[in-house]
Design a protein around this ligand. Structure first.
Ligand code: NAD
Ligand code: ZN
Length: 349
């Protein structure tokens, strides 16, 4: 294995919407319980774009190294690490570390641990060539799986798999995915099909329609040109969808789903549009007995399960690979909703 360099390339941001600086920075040293990972590929998630824009009601810590869908190889580890060896293939996900000891950790609610750190947000992320991760939270990447293709599973895949589980849908149920042609959505369509659900995708444009219908969607509704409620009712024999997973970055999408959710159904909120609010009239909410719930990434167990769908060939990320230095272009396309599937950054360029 090549020696670990002292410095590396990374994308650094110093302020909200600040320049995405492609620059040389030091290679970090792993703590006692951490791995140092040579990150070869990183997915670019819409959450990274939100963080760059400081969209959320959090104090985004700057300077920021974004990215939380990293795939690479272990090149060094702290003395306390027993579960990984040098040379192992490994993934870095959104939850970089937790205390492993609080009630949330014990219940498998990793993202809710008050001491959790997040890759690309409160812990330097995967838009760099070498990054650190607590070994207990590193994901083991199955043999034979392509590192670039698998990178987006580390956030997008785990998140939609968990959200689908939390939708309480049963095999044969109609499940709507909003944002179905984007990064999370294109994986949600495949996981939903593999889990036995009947998938209706909502997004816009020919490229996304083609992607959704060729990867397991039974129907596609264009949110810009079609009547969404009519479309869902037509695809579900007039009953409505038993579950909806919202990965669209849109408050309106959530509001519209209140009109096509089937009585007893569940609406799962995943997308995080800035300042969005849900207004669900109490009377109809109760009478139709609907559930609206949030879903935050997934835990370590969800990670193992989500990666196993990929190992078995049931799910594969539709990716486009570009150099990490081209991140500004990727954010521009993402902001305009012009990405079908996921862009993956090659950290060597
Ligand atoms: P993306 O930009 O790749 O995809 C979003 C898709 O939504 C696009 O294809 C866009 O065309 C579509 N869209 C926009 N408005 C729509 C509407 N009204 N109806 C239907 N589709 C619409 O983004 P992504 O990387 O897939 O991320 C999606 C969202 O999920 C982001 O807000 C991100 O922050 C969030 N996210 C949440 C979690 C979590 O744990 N809850 C994890 C990861 C990402
Ligand atoms: Zn993400």
């Amino acid at each position: 294995m090549a020696p670990i360099p002292k410095t590396q390339k990374a994308i650094v941001i110093n302020e909200p919407r600040g320049e995405l600086l492609y620059k040389e920075i030091p290679v970090p040293t792993p703590e006692n319980d951490e791995l140092l990972v040579h990150i070869q590929y990183s997915g670019a998630c819409h959450s990274d774009l939100h963080a760059w824009k400081a969209d959320w009601p959090f104090q985004t810590p700057f300077p920021l190294i974004g990215g939380h869908e990293g795939a690479g190889v272990v090149v060094a580890k702290g003395d306390a690490v027993r579960n990984f060896n040098i040379g192992d293939r490994v993934g870095i996900k959104w939850v970089n570390s937790t205390c492993l000891d609080c009630r949330f950790c014990l219940q498998g609610a990793d993202g809710n641990c008050p001491k959790a750190t997040y890759s690309g947000f409160t812990h330097d992320g995967t838009f760099q060539q070498y990054g650190t991760v607590k070994a207990a939270h590193a994901a083991r990447i199955p043999d034979g799986v392509d590192l670039a293709m698998v990178a987006p599973i580390l956030c997008a895949g785990i998140t939609v798999y968990k959200a689908l589980k939390r939708s309480d849908a049963k095999p044969g149920d109609n499940v709507v995915i909003t944002g179905a042609g984007g990064g999370l959505g294109s994986l949600a369509v495949q996981y939903a099909k593999a889990m036995g659900f009947r998938v209706i995708g909502i997004d816009s444009g020919e490229a996304k329609k083609k992607l959704v219908l060729s990867t397991g969607g039974e129907a596609f509704i264009d949110f810009k040109t079609d009547d969404i409620v009519k479309g869902v009712l037509a695809a579900t024999d007039g009953e409505g969808a038993q579950a909806v997973v919202h990965v669209a970055v849109s408050e309106k999408a959530v509001e519209t789903s209140l009109e096509y959710i089937r009585p007893t159904g569940t609406i799962v909120l995943v997308g995080l549009p800035a300042d969005a609010v849900v207004h669900s009239p109490v009377f109809s909410h109760v009478l139709r007995t609907i559930t609206i719930r949030g879903s935050l990434v997934g835990n370590r167990e969800d990670t193992v399960e989500a990666l196993d769908f990929v190992r078995r060939g049931l799910v594969s990320t539709p990716i486009k690979i570009v150099g990490m230095s081209e991140i500004a272009h990727v954010y521009d396309l993402m902001e305009k909703g012009q990405i079908a599937g996921r862009y993956v950054l090659d950290t060597s360029k």
